[in-house]
Design a protein around this ligand. Structure first.
Ligand code: ZN
Ligand code: ZN
Ligand code: FE
Length: 747
């Protein structure tokens, strides 16, 4: 007989709220081991006592058979003298010590719950809040750690005896499932008129909602991380009405489909895209259209953002409708997504014909995530619900606790501790007081949740970003240092971080604009970058953004500027002004502004060069949303078009003049846009070859362009370069905060 031993096992990682304790309980019981398991603020603590060989088996099973959603980051095992435990038990949580627990994201309804949801004999038949330890809300209902029911917004619902039994039974799938509920004891739905009168509750509310959607009405529906506005995605009348009410012009709407087969009726997802659609994170996935939904869903684009139901409520709604629905965030354009009932009645009423609310409170906003396959890899364009706040590993250890506030557009911020970064959910564009206060609220919320007090703050170099100003104030108030990091360097560092690189790389950072360290607006950068700093080795030749911000919305201003740079006043003999929609007088004024440099900052932005091409080719003269021109050019790309336009490299500058001179002769937009993208890949190859750095990181919003990234990868990898792209955080400004944390590592 082997010796009796006692082991104390400390597990850290995503181990709470995933059915870990019942799993430990079952495993110990099977092996006849005694002791206990409990959640503590650092993770899970286990003591097991028994024969040596059983303990060994226990340790193996702990790793091999753990629940699907559990992630172990570390495991500490100590041997102690036997304590003579009589049984194995699950103990209550302790509430002290530093918070190191990983909070799980919200997970889509699992298959078992789904089966019960549509089983007429199940007690949760059609119950819109069904969940278990393998699925359901987490991040959006937790108020503080440890993750226990009294610390969630479910605390107000007292479990009925049936639910209580499941919750207490270590062998049940709902053992310690914190949001456990049923129609007897849990939250319920209520349907309201826009003026705030109660129409119906529970099942009746659902039935009436479905009826209204079938009649082409617009509904505000409370989901997991906020409200959606829903309407029939095949009804042009309904979608147009939604556009008018939301005052949203061309920006595409996401569409929720009943299941994969319904997606395939309207779109052509690849195998990889199908896997993404079905993943437990359930992001919006950009897929190629096959059959047109209502034309106003994604006007002028070849792709549509598709996603599948991820909450029981969504499943019930979609299964009872013969059509897919537009499911767009419930907010005014550019404002944070609405999450509370009262807020919804106040702010969403004007958009909707009715509001479907429920009484499970959403503790924090969390927008839907967006993923696109770029250069063959799934790449987040927005990392939020389903992903946040899972940590991203850093290739370096931070010596301080770092708060990185991110940029201004598509903001996320990040908390850095040791070798981990906790990236926030998507906060959005921080351009006004409402969005700034949502940002500040979210920063304090996440810091509170992790009991995190920063010792260093990192922000962008841009003096007019609201986040920069806030960071300055915050650092002063707390008496801690502030580090400002150049925008494109942060982009490159972010790509380095997720690829675990610390050595020198060639960073290709192309985007709309970011503040350069010479005060001009950068955006077409080649940086030799490492952990200790960067050198701007090449950049696109500067051009004037006539009218500053106005140029961002009007590609024709960029086109004119480029022509003025090439031809001076003679430009007027080159272009057909009618095509741009500008009157002669307006164009003349633009020339004067350009010549005198009035409100016309210099920029090297590749994003703006895409705009220029779109104006030159007569595709878009004005934009109704950011990135529209680039998306339309991407759609025109033809992989069979070979060849590229001439360009010149000199004194660290890439001159686009030969490129545009050649493009002015091109008649076919398909050829022109394809060759433009090929040229950008060729430029990258030339620069990389000239510098000889073997590792190349691609980052910045322009790198959301699939054909561009694919061409760059092909041409560089062909010559032996190793190309790194984003897979965990967005290439756009949503990934900046991760790069800022990296910069904080050496501070
Ligand atoms: Zn489940
Ligand atoms: Zn119940
Ligand atoms: Fe950027």
């Amino acid at each position: 007989m082997s010796r009796v031993k006692r082991l104390r096992i400390e597990l850290k990682g995503a181990v709470q709220g995933v059915g870990f304790r019942p799993f430990v309980y079952r495993t110990a019981e099977e092996l006849g081991l005694k002791g206990f398991v409990m959640n503590d603020s650092r993770g899970v603590l286990i003591e097991v006592e028994g024969e040596e060989e059983h303990l060994e088996r226990f340790l193996i099973d702990l790793n091999l058979k753990k629940p699907p959603l559990a992630h172990l980051f570390s495991q500490g095992v100590d041997e102690l003298p036997p304590a003579g435990y009589k049984n194995f038990e699950i103990r209550e949580s302790e509430e002290e010590g530093r918070k190191e627990v990983f909070i799980l994201p919200d997970i889509a309804t699992c298959d078992e719950c789904l089966r019960e949801l549509f089983d007429t004999s199940d007690r949760r038949y059609l119950y819109p809040f069904i969940n278990c330890t393998n699925c359901g809300p987490r991040f959006t209902i937790i108020e503080k750690l440890p993750y226990d029911r009294p610390n969630t917004t479910m605390k107000v619902f007292e479990m009925c005896p049936d639910c209580e039994r499941e919750y207490r039974d270590p062998l049940n799938r709902r053992f310690h499932a914190q949001p456990n509920a049923c129609p007897v004891c849990g939250p319920w739905l209520s349907l309201y008129t826009p003026s705030g009168e109660l129409i119906a509750q529970r099942q009746k509310a659902l039935e009436l909602s479905l009826k209204m959607l079938k009649e082409g009405k617009i509904l505000a529906v409370k989901g997991i991380g906020g409200f959606h506005l829903l309407c029939d995605a095949t009804s042009e009348e309904a979608v147009k009405k939604l556009r008018e009410r939301k005052r949203r012009q061309g920006k595409p709407f996401a569409v929720m489909f009943r299941d994969l087969s319904q997606v395939e009726e309207y779109a052509k997802p690849t195998e990889l895209e199908k896997a993404l659609l079905l993943s437990p994170e359930r992001p919006i996935v950009l897929v190629r259209k096959k059959k047109e939904l209502a034309p106003s869903v994604a006007p002028g684009l070849k792709r549509v953002g598709a996603f599948l139901p991820y909450s029981p409520l969504h499943h019930i709604i979609l299964r009872n409708l013969p059509f897919p629905v537009v499911a767009t965030s419930g907010n005014l354009s550019d404002e944070p997504i609405v999450k509370d009932n009262e807020e919804a009645l106040e702010r969403l009423s004007e958009f909707t014909d009715a509001l479907l609310l429920h009484n499970r409170e959403i503790r924090r906003r969390c927008d839907d995530s967006v993923v696109k396959v770029i250069g063959g890899s799934p790449t987040p364009l927005r990392r939020s619900r389903g992903y946040a706040p899972m940590p991203v590993g850093l290739p370096v250890k931070l010596s301080k606790r770092v708060l990185a506030v991110g940029g201004m557009l598509k903001n996320t911020f990040a908390l850095g501790m040791e070798d981990r970064a906790i990236l926030s959910q998507h906060i959005g564009d921080i351009e006004n007081l409402t969005t700034l206060s949502a940002f500040v609220e979210a920063v304090y919320d996440l810091m509170g949740l992790y009991e995190f007090s920063p010792e260093l703050v990192v922000c962008d170099l841009h003096p007019r970003y609201e986040t920069t100003r806030w960071a300055e104030e915050f650092a002063k108030e707390r008496g801690i240092p502030l580090l400002k990091v150049q925008h494109h360097y942060a982009h490159v560092l972010s790509c380095m971080a997720e690829n675990r690189l610390t050595e020198e790389v060639l960073g290709v950072a192309w985007d709309g604009t970011g503040y350069g360290d010479d005060g001009t607006l950068w955006g077409g950068e080649f940086l030799l970058a490492s952990m200790s700093g960067y050198r701007r080795v090449f950049h696109f030749r500067n051009f004037r953004l006539i009218g500053g911000e106005k140029a961002v919305k009007e590609p024709r201003r960029v086109f004119l500027s480029i022509l003025f740079h090439i031809f001076g006043r003679d430009a007027f003999g080159v272009i057909d002004l009618k095509r741009t929609g500008l009157k002669e007088k307006e164009a003349e004024n633009l020339y004067i502004a350009w010549e005198k440099g009035i409100n016309s900052p210099l920029s090297s932005s590749v994003g703006r060069l895409f705009d220029c091409v779109s104006s030159l080719l007569g595709i878009r003269q004005q934009l109704s949303y950011e990135g529209q021109a680039a998306m339309m050019l991407e759609d025109l790309y033809d992989p069979f078009v070979k060849g590229y336009y001439p360009f010149e490299l000199r004194d660290g500058e890439i001159d686009w003049a030969p490129l545009f001179l050649a493009m002015l002769e091109e008649k076919d937009p398909r050829l022109a846009s394809s060759r433009f993208i090929n040229t950008l890949a060729q430029i990258t190859l030339r620069v990389a070859t000239e510098l000889g750095t073997r590792k190349v990181c691609l980052s910045g919003g322009v790198m959301q362009n699939d054909p561009l990234v694919s061409r760059i990868k092909e041409s560089l990898e062909d010559k032996g370069f190793k190309v790194y792209t984003h897979r965990r955080v967005p290439p756009n400004d949503g990934g900046l905060s991760l790069g800022q944390l990296m910069a904080g590592a050496l501070y």
